[in-house]
Design a protein. Structure first.
Length: 143
């Protein structure tokens, strides 16, 4: 058996080809799409609670809003929005518990800075008005 030398047939690729391949790899890697959410946990927005609320489908709206509140536990807006759904369902105590928690989150500070939601003047006003509507409900502030 005769060995055929192959080392002399191998040509080294041009150095610029390696640079081009590396640049292309990095460019394509940077453009990769994020992992899509699973159907079990679709991406939710914190302002999604009141999307397409129908009076005859308040149970579904509350379920969606519960998911949003659980996804954004440190945000006041979902709690303020869920207040509306609880109110439409006649659940004043639960509504008031949510709005009290939302107000607490507005006052909370992180590293000496006010909560992000506290920078939204309309949300601050909404929460204040909703809190005021709860003043006459006896056990509204009880957890």
């Amino acid at each position: 058996m005769t060995a055929i030398p192959t080392d002399s047939l191998r040509a080294e690729p041009h150095p610029s080809l390696w640079c081009t391949a590396l640049a292309l790899t990095l460019a394509l890697g940077g453009c990769a799409a994020a992992v899509p959410p699973t159907t079990d946990s679709p991406r939710l927005r914190q302002d999604e609670c009141l999307d397409e609320v129908k009076v005859d489908q308040l149970d579904e709206a509350l379920e969606r809003c519960d998911k949003v509140v659980n996804t954004f536990p440190l945000e006041a807006r979902p709690l303020s929005d869920r207040f509306v759904i609880h109110t439409l369902r006649g659940e004043q105590i639960r509504a008031c518990q949510d709005i009290e928690r939302a107000a607490e989150l507005l006052k909370a500070t992180s590293n000496g800075k006010p909560a992000k939601d506290a920078e939204d003047p309309q949300l601050v006003i909404d929460i204040g008005v909703r809190q005021e509507s709860c003043r006459d409900i006896p056990s509204a502030t009880a957890p």
